[in-house]
Design a protein around this ligand. Sequence first.
Ligand code: XIL
Length: 297
Amino acid sequence: ASTLGAAAQQSGRYFGTAIAAGRLGDATYTSIAGREFNMVTAENEMKPDALQPQRGRFNFSSGDQIYNWATQRGMKVRGHTLAWHAQQPDWMRNLGGSSLRQAMIEHINGVMAHYRGKLAAWDVVNEAFEENGSRRQSNLQSTGNDWIEVAFRTARAADPSVKLCYNDYNIENWSYGKTQGVYNLIRDFKSRGVPIDCVGLQTHFTGGSSLPGNFQQTLSSFAALGVDVTLTEVDVTNSSTSQYAGLTQACINVPRCIGITVWGVRDSDSWRASENPLLFDRSGNKKAAYTSVLNVL
Ligand code: XIL
């Protein structure tokens, strides 16, 4: 196959990218994205501050712009994200306790009603753990330790058709505290029947040429709990070809690793632009890392 999406499709997987609504008028950007990928995540446009800027007033215009752009081209869409400590609207940031609990439930219900039946997956909860594996101290955590469970139960009831994922960064190294914290959450959810379908590993790699310890073991260990795993926001400092090939191979080696999403199209589109971490250069040319990924898919 000659594109990332088609190559991934050969093994039943997808290859996606983050898309920013503000770049959809850039013809180089849209031609690369439309050609190479078959899954899309909105980089910012489906986050709480974007979708509910004022309490009770939802604004789906930018999220829908990305959804429509993607689905008109036959691409699927991952929703990102429903409950997160960051990128909350001002009115939500100032809440805590039971009023935030209620606001979180209403946000999930409002957003999921709009996209019901349309999305491949939702990152229901994003980044809820500290590096040592304890719960992140956030306003959401102040609503009670069961807030993650409440978010997933609310999400399942709101749209039974969409896969529900927990998403985080620095959970790639199997011997890391945070990885174990997330693993224990998923194991607990599966043992008690709390609805969860997938774990997203953001996979923002920094420096070096080798993968974080036992990356493939992390993927297979999560998968063994009975969830799909997916690499949701891949970018790699200076696009190390060995890291890009390695993370792709690890996914290919794990049957329940269902797809890979890179966090942007060209280096200039990246939130880490100074690190040139993506698969296309600033002019839109394929980089060496592109070829290293394509060869493994
Ligand atoms: C980033 C976006 O890329 C930036 O444009 C924005 O300013 C901040 O958020 N983890 C996530 C993503 O889950 O939503 C973040 O995206 C990157 C880290």
